[in-house]
Ligand binder design. Sequence first.
Ligand code: FE2
Ligand code: FE2
Length: 171
Amino acid sequence: MMRAFRCQICGDSYLGAESPDRCPFCGAHRDYIKRASEWIDHGQVELSEQSRRDCERALDLEINNQAFYACAAGKTSDQISEAFFKRLSKQEGEHAEVLSEMMGVDEPEVPSVECSDDDAENMRDAHERESRAIRLYQQIARRAPEPRVREVFLALTDIESEHLIISSIYR
Ligand SMILES: [Fe+2]
Ligand SMILES: [Fe+2]
């Protein structure tokens, strides 16, 4: 039977017989995927000064990584790397959307970011970028007073950890 599911992190819906293993859009762990009827709309969140600054930094990081992965996907001639880079770019774009919505701001324009012609070099760069994201997001989740901010950054920490693993295997 076809069911409707919805991701508690990015809000996108998924139709299928079973809940997917991870959100096909933002990459959130299956624990965050709810039946559509049980999904809670958090929308914009009232943010403390600290959390607003933290979200701004995170948003900047996400759109940079989105652009970086798009660049890497465009340059590779390996089909597997291309598939990874493409999906990673889209996921970081979703993360930027989640953060923008939480902050109540328009999504910023994606910057132009340079990348290498060499896959291995880009995988190393990816590794750096994901490590940086994980460190920042753990800090943010720890100090945020808002439950929704904690929830989002814990989910993002887990997703970026998956990205880190991918970059470790394929570099
Ligand atoms: Fe991300
Ligand atoms: Fe990532």
